[in-house]
Design a binder for this molecule. Structure first.
Ligand SMILES: *Cc1c(COP(=O)(O)O)cnc(C)c1O
Length: 404
């Protein structure tokens, strides 16, 4: 008789975005004349830039001709893309990453969800709270998280690192020693970033306790402050303790196009075993590569024109972030984020519950946010707003919040 993976039965319903959707739908149905503006979207809205579209067209034409047709891609991804990554994302920042340390994939969600496969189920994970839900859920599926306590909203075998106003949304080194540490900077959902010096402390700590850091740098391209590292490998010693995840989704609007990569340095070793080789084996066995056309599109992001165009797109979103952050501040709200990330994290007024404030925003201002409590127990009392809307809608949403 077949048996299911019972770990899946432990998963808590992910009601966050479906609840948001339902509430908005109901409100809109009852108030058809109201124009609801969403600052809740965690997805880009601007089209792919011209250089990328051009590369997609060109690669598509190649696929139509016998001489230039491409079948399966090499296991790690095409060298033209890995070279561009090694040069632009690392070399230019003084970091040497070898081509066989870069694994091209279809994005950082799959990589962050799959990376746990190369680690023993006995490892104890540490996560920020609030957190990008994939890190926790993929570990629940693997059977690594223990039991759920509905009262606290926490798993018995997970180390939570609260990120709240009290610590300026920066996780503190945990008291209990973890084996695997998930860090995401610039952060989703809080929008906070880490300085090179602060991140160096994490790298030193991980090397000292022999933990591995899984570093999600999906929002690296949104960094505006000099003191914030674009890659964890800017920190000394990171190659012996850190795996870095990257994505083209927020960097170049590839959320529907799908492209990302993972870096695993060969120096990253556990008991004489190179994690790089385990991931290479996993990649080769379970994955057949991102499409040739899309890898060419990714290469175009690094062309001179591609860099200019994607930078302009990010500047557009970050101008929205500025409008939200400065607007809210001037109305007396307590806000963070929005400087190195497209997310603004806002403390609800008068200690309101996240969902109560969500209802108030929706019904009184016709603006949609994402309740912070959906990202973890320490997110209660906060709301996430995103800069991914249009400038016009963002300005109008802020005008409405002003009049609340
Ligand atoms: C959006 C996002 C990603 C990117 O995922 P893709 O699968 O590459 O689209 C990764 N991590 C975080 C924290 C994100 O918010």
């Amino acid at each position: 008789m077949f048996k299911v993976n019972e770990n899946y039965l432990k998963l808590q319903g992910s009601y966050l975005f479906s609840n948001v959707g339902k509430k908005v739908h109901t409100y809109q149905a009852e108030n058809p004349d109201k124009k609801v503006i969403s600052l809740g979207i965690g997805d880009v809205t601007q089209p792919l830039v011209p250089s990328v579209i051009e590369a997609i067209h060109k690669a598509t034409e190649e696929m139509a001709v016998k001489e230039t047709f491409h079948g399966y891609s090499p296991d790690l991804g095409y060298e033209f893309l890995r070279s561009a990554i090694a040069k632009h994302d690392y070399g230019k920042r003084g970091v040497e990453i070898a081509l066989d340390e870069i694994f091209i994939s279809d994005g950082a969600k799959s990589d962050s969800g799959n990376i746990g496969e190369i680690f023993s189920v006995d490892n104890k994970i540490a996560v920020c709270d609030p957190v990008y839900p994939v890190y926790v859920d993929s570990n629940i599926m693997a059977g690594r998280t223990g039991e759920y306590d509905a009262l606290t909203g926490k798993w018995s075998n997970v180390i939570y690192m609260p990120c709240t106003k009290e610590n300026d949304f920066a996780p503190q080194l945990p008291k209990e020693t973890p084996d695997i540490i998930y860090l995401c900077f610039p952060n989703n959902p809080t929008g906070s970033a880490v300085t090179r010096d602060e991140l160096q402390k994490w790298v030193d700590y991980a090397n000292q306790v022999k933990a591995v850091i899984i570093y999600d740098a999906a929002y690296e391209a949104y960094i505006s402050q000099q003191e914030c590292p674009h890659t964890i490998y800017e920190c000394e010693g990171a190659k012996t303790c850190a795996i870095e995840l990257r994505s083209f989704s927020k960097k170049a609007g590839f959320t529907g196009t799908r492209l990302g990569f993972t870096v695993i340095p060969k120096e990253l070793v556990s008991d004489g075993v190179m994690l790089n080789q385990l991931w290479a084996r996993r990649h080769g066995t379970k994955y057949n590569g991102a499409p040739y056309i899309i890898q060419r599109a990714g290469e175009a992001v690094y062309s001179e024109a591609g860099q200019k165009e994607t930078k302009a797109q990010i500047a557009y979103y970050m101008n929205n972030a500025r409008v939200i952050r400065e607007g809210l501040k001037s109305y007396g709200y307590s806000v963070s984020g929005g400087v190195n990330a497209p997310y603004i994290w806002l403390a609800t007024p008068n200690g309101m519950k996240s969902w109560d404030f969500f209802d108030e925003l929706l019904t009184k201002a016709n603006v949609v946010g994402t309740p912070g409590s959906g990202f973890g127990p320490s997110g209660e009392g906060y709301m996430r707003l995103t800069a991914f809307g249009t400038y016009e809608n963002t300005v109008e949403a802020l005008e409405r919040i002003k009049n609340l």
